[in-house]
Ligand binder design. Structure first.
Ligand code: COA
Length: 405
């Protein structure tokens, strides 16, 4: 019992010592933490996986104007609209044009998310950008924060490929839960068009560019937690099946006067995305249902309680299999990959934004989300959506529901 209590206190940043007791934020009462059924064993081994006092209160997204549909792509590479639609569900993708930046997408998505949440940029204390394709290898988060006006925020990038948004939400939620930060902006953005081999039909048909962002806030004492349960996993053994590996040409550092090579280094360069499609497909269809079940279990909810399933938008066949394995009907599954393809860390918030703006996801709805991808990495979260509702033009909602069913 004593060990379990200590683990619980450690996980919420609390210790019985007077020194640490002073650092407990007054608005977080550890006794109100929601622990899942039978959580003590899991707590002991891996820390708490129950609800976090963090809420998702606004969403926004952005995609480049340049749109390439399957028919256009079939003029560039040996493929067809039929093949791409049947094997993936993708019909088009939006691609950054020269002169446009990934950060521009992140800035647009973040600005819209703040407007939707009716939160001032100055309120934001934490900005996390999930991306594997920043404009600046040192990170774009601080630049996005500055351009959006988050002058009081600490900002950093987080890389977990297509699971990046899920990992970033879980990371932000920890800071919000403890009260160390009270308002966060989580951006998922990628421009994999820069990193695919446009002559490789196995990969280039899958990806597009885009960004989405959510505003998250600490759930105050009188408010329900919004992150009900989550889980994150990774396994580097699968890296060979999906990667964007460094491979720079060698450069000699030469003493020109003596004509001697002093050292040999490499110049910054990456290979295009390498992928074993079948292996990634098998990985996604086995791990995504597993991690979702874990997150659902951690949330202490039943599958029937889930209003919406929102998966990383990689392939409609993967999405259908995961939904079927969980026993969730396709009428509860959100998708927009037909229009955007796989925008990596961007897919989940981009799709959430579409669904909220179409009036499908409503305030109070429970959304089970999962990401999976390179690393390999995979993660899921069950959240209660608490953003403002958007007025929908009549007929739009019905039209969308028909399109997905
Ligand atoms: N257009 C036309 N034909 C294509 C093609 C394309 N874009 N890409 C592959 N093919 C061909 C193959 O060459 C193969 O031809 P062959 O039978 O003559 O050898 C045939 O189509 C079947 O290829 P296969 O690889 O078996 O197709 P698949 O059913 O496994 O589908 C993927 C391929 C990539 C769509 C699928 O494996 C997948 O979605 N994997 C997961 C990828 C993913 O989501 N990655 C990102 C994760 S974050």
């Amino acid at each position: 019992m004593a060990v379990a209590l200590f683990t619980l206190f450690a996980a919420v940043g609390w210790s019985p010592s007077p020194l640490h007791r002073r650092s407990v934020p007054t608005h977080v009462d550890p006794s109100t933490l929601v622990l899942r059924r039978g959580a003590s064993a899991v707590m002991h081994e891996r820390g708490i996986r129950g609800a976090l006092r963090a809420r998702l209160v606004g969403v926004g997204s952005a995609a480049p104007e340049q749109r390439v549909d399957n028919h256009q792509l079939a003029r560039v590479v040996d493929t067809s609209d039929d093949w791409i639609v049947q094997r993936t569900g993708i019909s088009a993708r939006h691609l950054l044009a020269p002169g446009e930046g990934l950060a521009d997408l992140g800035i647009a998505a973040a600005t819209k998310a703040l407007q939707h949440a009716q939160v001032e940029a100055e309120e934001v204390e934490l900005v996390i950008l999930a991306s594997s394709s920043p404009d600046d290898m040192f990170g774009d988060a601080a630049h996005i924060a500055k351009e959006v006006g988050c002058k009081n925020a600490a900002a950093f990038d987080l890389t977990a490929a297509c699971s990046g948004f899920m990992f970033a939400v879980a990371t932000a939620a920890q800071f919000l839960h403890t009260g160390h930060h009270r308002t966060a902006l989580v951006v998922g953005a990628d421009a994999l068009s820069r990193w695919v081999d446009w002559s490789d039909r196995n990969t280039c048909v899958l990806f597009g560019d885009g960004a989405g962002a959510v505003v998250m806030k600490t759930a105050e004492a009188h408010q329900r937690p919004g992150v009900l349960g989550y889980e994150m996993r990774s396994d580097g053994a699968g890296r060979k099946n999906l990667n964007l590996g460094y491979q720079g040409p060698s450069v000699h550092l030469t003493d020109e006067a003596e004509g001697e090579v002093v050292a040999e280094v490499t110049k910054g360069e990456y290979q295009p995305i390498g992928m074993n499609g079948k292996k990634v497909y098998q990985f996604a269809t086995s791990k995504a249902p597993q991690v979702l079940r874990e997150a659902i279990d951690a949330a202490g909810v039943k599958v029937e309680d889930i209003d919406w399933l929102l998966l990383h938008q990689a392939n409609i066949r993967i999405i259908e299999i995961v939904a079927e394995k969980l026993g969730i009907p396709m009428s509860k599954v959100l998708t927009n990959l037909e229009e955007h393809g796989n925008t990596s860390a961007g897919t989940i918030p981009l799709c959430l934004d579409d669904a909220v703006k179409q009036g499908r996801v409503r305030n109070g709805d429970v959304v089970a989300m999962a990401g999976f991808g390179a690393g390999l990495s995979w993660g899921a979260a069950v959240v209660r959506w608490e953003g403002p509702e958007v007025e929908v033009e009549s007929g739009q909602e019905v039209e969308e529901a028909v399109a997905v069913d």
